[in-house]
Design a protein around this ligand. Structure first.
Ligand code: ZN
Length: 385
């Protein structure tokens, strides 16, 4: 089978509209067929309803200690966004490769696929693996089962490079996070009888105000050493969506909102969750003293560990050698890197493109960044040889 260039692979990957809400199997079918045709061993890890699969690939000797190149197959939707050209076709103009996922993160995946094929063809001494997940964009929920499956189907790798856009800088730390869908159940009465009802909106506001107060308390204290490296240099609690109520003169029966907490590595995410849940239970108890049927339902919809900077970490040393980047970089967005680290891999984030272009209409990857990624992979192959 004919070998494709990284750019040709990117064109194919972008042509599959792998929005997280749909299946990614067309992409996985194609990629598995291509890699297998090049002699690279592939394994699938299916999700529960078998509508999606992660693809795990191994090139080089069947031994432990691989470098793992990690990416996600899914992309965010294009609905309602104004695109100049077809988001599912890579279009090059003004030194940029436009298309959904070119930056986040099919550009890196294309480079990684090309590197695996090369590693297999050249016969490297140290193995190279690809870990391609699904459901990253809906809260990094696809990587943990994929990482567990990897332990069974391929020899354990040691250093993981997660190719989220970092302009090829080496990112050694990121915040973790957790999120809840909150459903406050009130009790409807005419608002003139306010004390006899429970307004889901006004009770929900108490919980939201706890987030505000907690944010203010965090900001009033000087940042800890680890936190000081982040922008902003503290944990943040946020509500991004809210709805509730039917009329100005009815105590609201329902109020729904979504809470996310972005937690500095080193702080315990379970502790933050416990504090939040405890406050919700306090408010709920007061609501139920008025109307026993009132309640606050909490549905934890994501939880992602932070990436802790490692002392003398192997992935960091390798990425620094390959990029020449000696600055310390941490970011405030979450990635799958913390999940690899939690599973015992040394992990860093390093990939082409700028996070500012991710999720945007007219998302693009600069050609120069793609080239920098190609040079990175070339040096990686030399290091594995
Ligand atoms: Zn991404």
């Amino acid at each position: 089978m004919q070998q494709l260039t990284a750019r040709q692979i990117l064109d194919r990957l972008v042509s599959f509209p792998t929005v997280s809400r749909g299946s990614n199997l067309a992409l996985v079918d194609w990629l598995e067929g291509y890699l297998t045709g090049q002699g690279v061993r592939c394994f699938r890890h299916w999700n529960e309803d078998r509508q999606k699969a992660a693809l795990i690939a191994h090139a080089g000797p069947w031994e432990e200690g691989a470098v793992v190149l990690s990416g996600h197959s899914d992309v965010v939707p294009v609905d309602g966004q104004a695109w100049t050209s077809d988001p599912w076709t890579v279009t090059e103009r003004d030194g940029r490769l436009y298309g959904r996922g070119t930056c986040d993160m099919k550009g890196f995946v294309a480079l990684a696929v090309r590197a695996l094929v090369e590693a297999q063809a050249r016969g490297v001494r140290r193995p190279l693996q690809l870990a391609l997940s699904y459901d990253e964009e809906i809260g990094c929920t696809g990587a943990p089962p994929m990482i567990r499956a990897m332990q069974d189907v391929v020899p354990k790798g040691s250093a993981a490079i997660i190719g989220e856009p970092s302009r090829m800088g080496v990112i050694t730390g990121h915040k973790g996070g957790t999120g809840y869908h909150v459903h406050v159940k009130g009790f409807e009465v005419h608002s003139s009888l306010l004390p006899h009802g429970v307004s889901a909106i006004m009770e929900g506001a108490r919980l939201i105000d706890w987030l505000n107060d907690t944010n203010a308390g965090i900001r009033a204290k000087p940042p800890t050493g680890m936190a000081a490296r982040f922008d902003p240099p503290f944990t943040t609690l946020h509500v991004g969506m809210i709805e509730g109520g039917t009329a100005h003169n009815i105590t609201a029966a329902d109020c729904r909102f979504a809470v996310e907490m972005r937690v500095v590595p080193g702080e315990s995410i379970p502790d933050w969750e416990d504090r939040f849940v405890a406050r919700a239970r306090e408010i709920e108890a007061a609501m139920q003293a008025v109307r026993p049927e009132a309640a606050i339902h909490l549905d934890r919809f994501f939880g992602v560990p932070g990436l802790q900077p490692e002392e003398g970490g192997e992935a960091e040393a390798l990425a620094r050698r390959l990029t020449g980047d000696n600055r310390t970089g941490v970011v405030s967005y979450g990635t799958e890197a913390g999940q690899f680290q939690e599973a015992g891999y040394s992990a860093v984030v390093c990939g082409p493109g700028d996070i500012a272009q991710a999720h945007q209409p007219d998302e693009y990857l600069e050609v120069s960044q793609f080239r920098a990624g190609e040079r990175f992979m070339e040096r990686l192959l030399a290091a594995l040889a």
